[in-house]
Structure formats: structure tokens, C-alpha cells
Design a protein around this ligand. Structure first.
Ligand SMILES: Cc1cc2nc3c(=O)[nH]c(=O)nc-3n(C[C@H](O)[C@H](O)[C@H](O)COP(=O)(O)O)c2cc1C
Ligand code: SF4
Length: 432
């Protein structure tokens, strides 16, 4: 049997010193930068375009196409911003990547900055992960000392400064325009688009914002070629990516596989469901994308197939829940998160998420009836497409998808005068 895993980004994570400059260089690191600097900028963009790499931060926009949006031949400074805010429930790929191989990200950032004509790159890291901030800053320092950053890099006449910026820890600061406001020292609130960051981003200057994994994928693409990357994955979702498995699975963790892999394959790799239990529901792309069930076990996890199933590939945050789990309780927890993280700028999201939590609490405690359930769906309807940014839109799929698949379970709570599930049995450490 061929190995369904395709370790590229994760290939050397078991090397004890891979996070250091020496460890990374021993594993073949920092070889893509001189190759890229020896090519015209346009050619680097073409390689990334031809590879089919699509943004790994959630929306899946083609990375090379995005780089091509920045103006050419203007006299303005350009900026690269790496979005390392990873905060969504279940998302856990960028943080391990930055801890394990920070130099992959920094090398990718240097190549991307060269391609878009930027001489400053910011890595905006979620504030709570101080250990990651420290590791990145140390790696940046090593890269300066080795001549991979700074002035006249490797003698190619290209200058680049990389700044590792710690955010204050807010999910909304992962939304690219809120991130830019936060980076400028303001409160992180989403901006109206257009103008898009490629035209007016940080300091109102042309800016490219990409996810950590998108940028970290670039060195291997430059070294191995666009065709190598495009040979993995599916027709429209090329390459490989990190799938993070959490929840009721025997061996949770990060698994790097081609896009289009199925949950059945990932479960085989991770030892299956925890002892003697069966899959009840799961997410392919984190809570924001909504839930799926065991009927989707063989659905290819690529952008198109997951969207066709009514969900989204998002950040490949695969959260797995077995039959001991109350779906109402899980959705309530997620909704509490969205309510807490709502920035308050627009009414549908600020008020809507508040009322969603109240109604879900009522339903979970067994005091909610069919009318409350309809009211909950009505609120979702009034948020979706009416919120100022995608955080509001992300708050509703968990609820609507859970009601679609488990409507009876919502109402069973009232019939039984409370939650029919034992919450202790659904904990990850439960032995029942
Ligand atoms: C509420 C919210 C949070 C987000 N958080 C992140 C994040 O932590 N990391 C990320 O890369 N993208 C996040 N995004 C998506 C970004 O706005 C943006 O699309 C992404 O950084 C683009 O990078 P990519 O093209 O490489 O995927 C978030 C979007 C929203 C609406
Ligand atoms: S949708 Fe929510 S997070 Fe986005 S602007 Fe409105 S209140 Fe803020």
C-alpha cells in the first residue's frame, strides 16, 4: 500500500534541532531563497500560480494570483503580512509549524516579499502563544546573522526586514483587515472592502496578506517546481496540507496529506475512533464551516467536495465527536466563542450571537421548545449575509448544520427535562 501521508512541511519535525538555523540547513533549508532571487520576480509569481497553491488560511484563494494583484512599477513601498493569528476552535496547524520549523516560514516570507516587491514583512502572531513569538524572533535573528535577511541578501541586491509582531489575542484580528488595523496600533476592527489590501493595506499601502501555511509552502514549491506540487491533490485543490485531528480519535495530531484525502483515510492513519465508539459528527474545516456526519466519511477533503456537501474545507481543523457527545452542547460552546469574539461593530453579529447563546442555553437545559428552535434559525438567517465581516457569517453554520442533521436531539432535551447525555462521558479523557 502506498503511504497516504505526504510529509513536506512536517517531514523533519522529528529532528530535535530542526527549529534552529543549522538543523534547518542540514535538512536542505534555505536553498530555495537563492534560487528565487536568481529569477525575475514575475517568474517566481508564475511558479506559485502554476503550482495551484490556494490560500491555506480558510478561503482558498489562489496564492500566486493574489501576489499578482499588487501594482507593478509604482514607487510606493509594498508590504508582506503573514497571518499567524490562528485562533479558531480546533485549528492547530500554524502554531506547531512555527514551533517546529520557523525557518520554513521565514524563508517563504523572504521569497514572497521578493516576488511582490516588499522590503518589509510582518509576521502577526496570536498574542497568547508567547513561546511561538520567542521562537520566531530567535529564528529571525539567526537568519539576519546568516545573511538571509537584511541588506543586499546573499549579494542579490534585495533588502528585507522581518518583524515578528505579537497581537493581543483576538479571533477577529485573524480577519485580514482587522489584523492590519491592529498592526497599525489601533483596535482590531474589520475595514470596509474595497479597497482591498493589495491596493491599500497596512499604512494604506499595497499589502499582501497570506496564511502561515501558504507562505511556508513556497520554499518547497520553488525548489521542487510547480508540477511537483500540482501532481498532488485533486484537479482544483492541488498539493498537500496539514490536517489537524482532535477530539474522540485514538491518536489526535497533525497529519500532512494530499488535499482530497478522506476522513476514513485519516481515521485509519490515526488509529480510528477512541475505543469502541462510533463517529457521530465532525468538522472538516473547523467550527465555522459547520458539521458533517458519518455519511461524509468518504467525501474527498478538497475545497469543492466539502463545499458541495454544504460545509467548507477552511483550515482543515478536523474535530471528531462520538455518540457520547451532545451536539447541542458542542454548538453552544462554539456559539459562546463567537459571541465572545464578536467585535461589536455591526448589529446582526453583536446582537445575534448574544441571542443565539441565550436560546441555545435554554434548549440545552431542556427549557426550549420548537418555537425557540425556529427563533434560533431565524436569527441565523438574519446574520448570514448581513454581517459586516465573515466572523458573523461563521457563527451560523454550526447551528444550522446541527439542526439539519440532529433536529430531534434539540427537542429531546425538552421532552426529557434536560440534557440526555452525560457530559463527563464526552470528555477526551473519559474511559466509558
Ligand atoms: C474571523 C476571522 C478570523 C480569521 N483568522 C485567520 C487566521 O487566524 N489565520 C489566517 O491565515 N486567516 C484567517 N482568516 C482569513 C483571513 O482573513 C485571510 O483570508 C487569510 O489570512 C488569507 O491568507 P491565505 O490567502 O493565505 O489563505 C480569518 C478570517 C476571519 C473572518
Ligand atoms: S460580523 Fe461580528 S466581528 Fe465582524 S464586524 Fe460585525 S460585529 Fe464585528
Amino acid at each position: 500500500m502506498t503511504d497516504p501521508l505526504t510529509p513536506v512541511l512536517t517531514a523533519d519535525w522529528d529532528q530535535p534541532d530542526i527549529f534552529t538555523l543549522d538543523g534547518y540547513r542540514r535538512a536542505g533549508g534555505w536553498q530555495a531563497l537563492p534560487k528565487a532571487l536568481g529569477l525575475p520576480r514575475e517568474e517566481v509569481i508564475t511558479i506559485v500560480k502554476n503550482s495551484g497553491l490556494r490560500g491555506r488560511g480558510g478561503a482558498g484563494f489562489p496564492t500566486g494570483v493574489k501576489w499578482g494583484f499588487l501594482p507593478r512599477g509604482d514607487s510606493k513601498p509594498h508590504y508582506l503580512v503573514v497571518n499567524a493569528d490562528e485562533s479558531e476552535p480546533g485549528a492547530c496547524k500554524d502554531i506547531p509549524l512555527m514551533m517546529a520549523t520557523p525557518h520554513t516560514l521565514i524563508e517563504g516570507a523572504a521569497i514572497a516579499a521578493y516576488a511582490i516587491g516588499a522590503s518589509h514583512a510582518f509576521i502577526y502572531v496570536r498574542g497568547e502563544v508567547l513561546h511561538v513569538v520567542r521562537r520566531l524572533r530567535h529564528a529571525v535573528q539567526e537568519a539576519y546573522e546568516a545573511g538571509y535577511l537584511g541588506q543586499n541578501i546573499l549579494g542579490f541586491g534585495f533588502d528585507l526586514d522581518v518583524i515578528v509582531h505579537a497581537g493581543a489575542g483576538a479571533y477577529i484580528c485573524g480577519e485580514e483587515t482587522a489584523l492590519l488595523d491592529s498592526l497599525e496600533g489601533k483596535r482590531g476592527l474589520p475595514r470596509y472592502k474595497p479597497p482591498f489590501p493589495a491596493v491599500a493595506g497596512v499604512y494604506a499601502l499595497p499589502t499582501n496578506v497570506n496564511n502561515v501555511e501558504s507562505i511556508a509552502s513556497v520554499p518547497s514549491i520553488v525548489l521542487n517546481g510547480a508540477d511537483w506540487f500540482a501532481s498532488m491533490g485533486t484537479e482544483k485543490s492541488k498539493g498537500c496540507g496539514i490536517f489537524n485531528l482532535s477530539g474522540h480519535v485514538a491518536t489526535p495530531g497533525t497529519y500532512e496529506a494530499p488535499l482530497g484525502t478522506t476522513l476514513r483515510e485519516l481515521l485509519d492513519l490515526s488509529g480510528g475512533m477512541r475505543g469502541g465508539h462510533r463517529l457521530k459528527f465532525w468538522t472538516a474545516g473547523g467550527s465555522s464551516a459547520g458539521i458533517l456526519t458519518d455519511q461524509h466519511l468518504d467525501m474527498p477533503m478538497d475545497f469543492e467536495s466539502v463545499a458541495a456537501a454544504g460545509s467548507g474545507l477552511g483550515t482543515r481543523s478536523v474535530q471528531i465527536f462520538d455518540e457520547k457527545t451532545c451536539v447541542v452542547r458542542v454548538v453552544l460552546r462554539w456559539t459562546e466563542f463567537y459571541q465572545h469574539e464578536s467585535c461589536g461593530k455591526c448589529t446582526p453579529c453583536r446582537e445575534g450571537t448574544f441571542w443565539m447563546v441565550r436560546l441555545l442555553e435554554q434548549l440545552e437545559e431542556g427549557h426550549g421548545n420548537e418555537e425557540d428552535l425556529e427563533k434560533l434559525l431565524d436569527i441565523c438567517d438574519n446574520i448570514t449575509g448581513r454581517a459586516f465581516c465573515a466572523l458573523g457569517d461563521s457563527a451560523t453554520p454550526p447551528v444550522t448544520s446541527a439542526v439539519r442533521y440532529f433536529r430531534d436531539e434539540f427537542l429531546q432535551h425538552q421532552k426529557e427535562g434536560g440534557c440526555p447525555f452525560d457530559p463527563a462521558a464526552s470528555t477526551a479523557w473519559s474511559e466509558t
